[in-house]
Design a protein around this ligand. Structure first.
Ligand code: AKG
Ligand code: MN
Length: 223
């Protein structure tokens, strides 16, 4: 589908619309920050992708990804999902969630360099990625865990963010007062592993402040 996000999408600068090829030499990967929470394993790379590189990836994905508007049913009413999504990965890899079944048709060229760098940081390779487009402050994702059976036990989820900074909230499932908030900034990479999805849920709420688009990529391994 074609998307019109208005002037805020246009970032300016020479890098807009470009993305770095996988072979391009990049700066070494710096050590991540460990986020210490009970029953969770979280690592955060604040700047896995440098600013100009991130701008190119953001524009490339806004323009090039096959964004879809899903419909979701809540309390008997079917409404538009509050964000756009796209699904890529090794051909045929299928992800079923929220009553949807998405079949990957391969990798978008813009995703190859991102996937390579994420794989180096995480120390593992992923076979698929769910893209989320938060068009502005009104877009969101509600409380959930990435714990579908096809992800296996203790799934490793690698989450890259480009564009507007949005708040990522975590809440422990049993002890609801245990909460954490992480600002996911342009070019950051959050790695969730171990029993995180088993014990914690997460969301990106609407923002009170106006903001431009954000593309989030959650790399996954479907078994
Ligand atoms: O946008 C984000 O940071 C989170 C997205 C997410 O939780 C998901 O795709 O499962
Ligand atoms: Mn999630």
């Amino acid at each position: 589908m074609s998307i019109d996000l208005g002037a805020r999408v246009r970032l300016g600068g020479g890098a807009a619309g470009r993305y770095a090829p996988a072979s391009e030499l990049r700066s070494p990967i710096t050590a991540p920050k460990r986020i210490t929470l009970p029953d969770a394993e979280l690592m955060l790379w604040r700047e896995l992708f440098a600013g100009s590189e991130s701008a190119g990836y953001l524009q490339g994905l806004l323009d090039g990804a096959d964004w879809r508007q899903d419909r979701i049913t809540l309390f008997g009413r079917t409404v538009n999902s509050p964000r756009l999504t796209a699904w890529y990965g090794e051909a045929g890899v299928t992800y079923a969630y929220s009553g949807l079944s998405l079949v990957a048709g391969g990798w978008l060229p813009a995703l190859l360099g991102i996937r390579e760098r994420v794989g180096q940081a995480a120390g593992k390779s992923f076979n698929s990625v769910l893209l989320n487009l938060y068009r502005n402050e009104a877009d969101s994702v509600g409380w959930h865990s990435d714990d579908e059976p096809s992800l296996g036990a203790n799934p490793v989820i690698g989450s890259v963010s480009f564009g507007a900074t949005r708040t990522f909230q975590l809440q422990h499932k049993r002890c609801k007062t245990a909460r954490s908030v992480i600002d996911l900034t342009h070019g950051s990479f959050l790695l969730m592993s171990g029993s995180t999805q088993h014990h914690w849920r997460h969301r990106v709420p609407k923002s009170n402040l106006p903001c431009g688009p954000r593309v989030n990529l959650t790399f996954r391994t479907i078994k």
